[in-house]
Design a protein around this ligand. Structure first.
Ligand code: HEC
Ligand code: HEC
Length: 371
């Protein structure tokens, strides 16, 4: 993030200390009873009004510098809030360095980036796409006053900001980032056939082939579960009331040398051993989040499995930094896995409460020709 963005960050932090009273009513977590709630920051309690405001903002292209890019441009509900591209494309067609991750169950992730271990708040994270300049995503830097005035003039927002933030009422960085974060915390996805099989006691919810796949996934020879573990299939997890969080970064053997454009956690920490380390992604909804990995070089799940079967993209010998648990590496020779890629039913895109709220001819609509 560049200097201008740093300025707004400081303003935001200053304001966070003086959090005004906010409505807390009316929000029900869309969670099955076996799933604990995620943590929610004290200065941004959930409310139905705030989540609905956040949904409108999330789909509103007027938050960008030229009115063409919304959060949903890169986080599309039909793809579990990813974009189908290898690397994200922002304002003016700027191609970034990283793949847009899914936002499903994002409230449970203690770190909200592929490689930045300090990105630990959704409220803060929203500033990156809005104001980040390397790469440009929404290009809002310097346009804040105009953007907030446009929002304030919209009849929906006039009422919605007042309902979500009764003491504050106006669109500004404080309210916009908090409403976006509240909406994102509501993006839950725990109703897959696997969930019904594993946690709901419905033994018929999975096919026999999928049950065999589950056994392989949790088989020590394949090691997948060491990193893709727990209810989210990642070793990154936080929940309400828990004093600790799990954070897992690993080198999944994508490259021998990681390029300067996306070098891994070393970019932030400067520690040489952090080269090529990326946060383990959740595998929920993975059937609809292609292409895969932090910069999207693998187009399908078959390719991901072939990658692991080889013990890394270049094979075990060439890539010295690989995590030793990559299954192909064990025993020194690539193994021929009997893993197969069985797409799961997608449950996220079917939920109307998460869908785009704006009518076709409304100026909030994303209107980039390529989308
Ligand atoms: C131009 C495409 C693009 C736009 C527009 C965009 N994002 Fe993203 N988003 C990305 C990419 C790429 C990443 C990965 C960034 C990283 O890891 O450093 C990301 C990461 C995230 C994450 C972290 C997810 C996780 O797995 O922890 C969140 C949350 C997020 N974006 C929310 C938003 C919000 C809110 C907006 C609108 C204000 C937005 N994004 C707009 C491309 C985009
Ligand atoms: C050593 C930890 C580790 C092991 C073992 C591991 N993974 Fe991964 N996995 C990761 C990391 C880290 C990434 C992201 C790597 C990157 O983008 O550079 C990843 C990425 C993926 C992705 C891409 C997800 C996305 O959204 O882009 C899939 C799918 C996947 N792994 C499946 C598996 C399977 C199947 C196995 C077992 C054969 C496995 N993983 C074993 C750590 C691991």
């Amino acid at each position: 993030m560049r200097r201008a963005a740093l300025g707004v960050v400081l303003a935001l932090l200053t304001r966070a200390v003086m959090a005004p009273a906010q409505a807390q009513e009316g929000f029900d977590w869309p969670l099955p009873d076996w799933m604990p709630r995620p943590p929610v920051p004290e200065d941004n309690p959930m409310s139905a009004a705030k989540v609905d405001l956040g949904r409108h903002l999330f789909y509103d292209a007027r938050l960008s510098g030229d009115g063409t890019v919304a959060c949903a441009s890169c986080h599309d509900p039909a793809r579990a809030f990813t974009d189908g591209r290898d690397r994200a494309v922002g304002i003016h067609g700027t191609v970034g360095n990283l793949n847009a991750p899914s936002l499903a169950n994002v409230a449970y992730l203690p770190v909200n980036a592929w490689a930045n271990p300090h990105m630990t708040s959704l409220e803060f994270q929203a500033l990156v796409p809005l104001f980040g300049e390397a790469p440009d995503e929404m290009g809002a830097t310097g346009q804040e006053a105009r953007i907030f005035a446009t929002l304030a003039a919209d009849p929906y927002y006039g009422k919605a900001f007042a309902a979500a933030f009764p003491d504050r009422r106006d669109p500004d960085l404080f309210t916009v980032t908090r409403a976006l974060a509240a909406f994102q915390r509501s993006l839950m996805s725990f109703d897959s056939p696997y969930d019904r099989f594993k946690y709901g006691g419905d033994l018929d919810a999975l096919s026999e082939a999928a049950k065999r796949g589950e056994q392989l996934f949790f088989d020590h020879r394949f090691e997948c579960y060491h990193c893709h573990q727990g209810v989210l299939f990642t070793d990154n997890f936080q929940r309400e009331g828990s004093p600790w969080v799990e954070i897992g970064f690993h080198n999944a053997g994508l490259y021998t040398e990681y390029p300067a454009s996306a070098p891994g956690r070393i970019e932030i920490t400067g520690v040489p051993g952090d080269a090529g380390l990326f946060r383990t992604p959740s595998l929920r909804n993975v059937a609809v989040t292609a292409p895969y990995m932090h910069d999207g070089p693998i187009p399908d799940l078959r390719g991901v499995l072939a990658h692991y079967a080889r013990g890394g993209r270049e094979g075990p010998r060439q890539s010295g930094w690989h995590d030793r648990r990559l299954s192909g590496v064990r025993g020194g020779k690539p193994r021929h896995h009997r893993l197969s890629a069985q797409p799961d039913r997608r449950d996220l895109p079917d939920q109307p409460r998460l869908a785009a709220p704006w009518l076709d001819d409304h100026p909030a609509r994303i209107n980039r020709a390529d989308l």
